[in-house]
Design a protein around this ligand. Structure first.
Ligand code: NIG
Ligand code: FE
Length: 411
């Protein structure tokens, strides 16, 4: 099956020599081809280039005159398996309560855990599958999903089994992360060690035995897990082959960056509260991917991450949605890109690099996805007729995508 997209106004992120990530000032450049073609054979990208070199025939031909073609977004941080939305807390915050105050009263993550513990697996599966359909229509082709709303052995495993099932029924590429250490359950408030013991000695062995996750995450932040606890959990997970991807420095300069670096984490995510010392430390490392999620600061009315400082220091950045019921009930990556431009002062090119190839790196998928390159999986979207690449973040909230193709299939 040959699918030819011809007369593409601009083919975005087209690489003849693919990179596994883009860092610092290189993020300002996006490789593009104007008046281009893209040929897909089966699930893969077979060829691309200027229209003058387009092949003569294909089984299906799409004329993309006036339209652009992008690699699908790679959203490397979400919590999209959950049992219920939390708009009551949204209203409480409008009235003046803070995210941390709500969490202390048993709201927040603990609230989500309570409802998830009671939800049947099929119900969770169905709602998460719908959310995957929604983000697919928004142009996302690969996504990482975390557990962390279970907070008991049974419910954490239930969440991870739902994610495993999603992998087999969704066309999207999915990576699973075990986040048993998302919060301390209320009943362990005075016995943190008791819960950490369950994570290490009960949950992790089952996660490994049933092959339920690729990564292990810990919410290393003020009021949640300390760097020392985080380190212990990550080291235990490593023994089972789970790589760290951690939540750090969201609510406070919590030591999350240091613990991520010490444990060779694939990514360190959030970084709203990061200082110069952490930026210096990240500068010296060339494997970790800092992941910024500006829709969290937008939704919680917090300080935005100083992403510009990171980029100017030569550090790479990925952008993700953090889609979850508490701090970002939206998985729309084009809005994340708009916020990155408007609030983090990222150029459209930087934001698009961050949401494609660097997001793929944050899921160990950059050999496979995140750019238009020969042999990569054909996950691309075709825009509506748009005047320029910068129009996507500029016309924020808009519906700019006309056709989504996942693994070579028109959706
Ligand atoms: O990434 N920061 C921790 N976890 C989620 C929020 C979870 C929630 O409030 O339900 C986040 O923002
Ligand atoms: Fe998160």
């Amino acid at each position: 099956m040959r699918l030819l997209i011809k007369n593409i106004k601009t083919l975005v992120q087209a690489e003849s020599s693919p990179r596994h990530m883009v860092r610092g000032s290189d993020m300002k450049t996006l490789r593009v081809i104007d008046n281009a073609f893209l040929l897909i054979e089966g699930e893969r990208i077979a060829d691309f280039g200027p229209m003058a070199e387009a092949p003569e025939w294909a089984d299906t031909v799409i004329d993309a005159s006036g339209k652009m073609v992008f690699p699908c977004w790679c959203d490397s941080h979400t919590h999209l398996v959950y049992a219920a939305s939390r708009e009551k807390e949204f209203v409480d915050r409008i009235k003046g309560l803070s995210y941390e105050e709500i969490a202390k009263r048993g709201g927040g993550i603990l609230n989500s855990a309570k409802v998830l513990q009671e939800a049947p697996e099929e119900v969770l599966l169905e709602s998460a599958y719908q959310r995957l359909g929604e983000i697919k229509d928004f142009g996302t082709g690969a996504v990482e999903i975390k557990s962390g709303y279970g907070l008991t052995y049974e419910s954490e495993m239930k969440m991870l089994r739902v994610i495993k099932k999603l992998k087999s029924i969704s066309p999207l590429t999915i990576k699973a992360t075990f986040l048993g250490a998302h919060a301390i359950p209320l009943e362990y408030k005075d016995n943190r060690e008791g819960y950490i013991d369950i994570i290490i000695n009960k949950m992790l062995p089952t996660v490994a035995e049933e092959d339920l996750a690729e990564y292990c995450d810990v919410f290393c932040d003020r009021g949640f897990y300390t760097p020392e606890e985080t380190d212990r959990i990550l080291k235990a997970a490593e023994k089972y082959g789970l790589k760290p991807k951690i939540h750090g420095n969201e609510l406070a300069n919590s030591g999350g960056v240091q613990v991520a670096l010490d444990n060779c984490a694939l990514s360190v995510d959030h970084l709203e509260a990061i200082g110069d010392e952490e930026i210096e430390a990240l500068k010296k490392n060339d494997t970790i991917m800092p992941c910024i999620m500006p829709s969290v600061a937008f939704f919680l009315n917090m300080e935005y991450s100083p992403a510009r400082k990171l980029l100017d220091a030569g550090i790479p950045i990925s952008l993700a949605s953090d889609y979850n019921p508490g701090s970002t009930p939206s998985g729309k990556m084009s809005f994340v890109i708009s916020l990155a431009c408007l609030k983090l002062k990222m150029l459209p090119e930087e934001a698009i690099n961050a949401a494609t190839i660097n997001g793929a790196y944050g899921m160990d998928l950059s050999q496979e996805l995140g750019s238009i390159a020969k042999g990569k999986t054909a996950n691309v979207f075709i825009t509506r007729k748009i005047p320029s690449l910068a129009y996507i973040p500029y016309a924020f909230g808009g519906d700019h995508i006309e056709t989504v193709i996942i693994k070579g299939q028109i959706q």
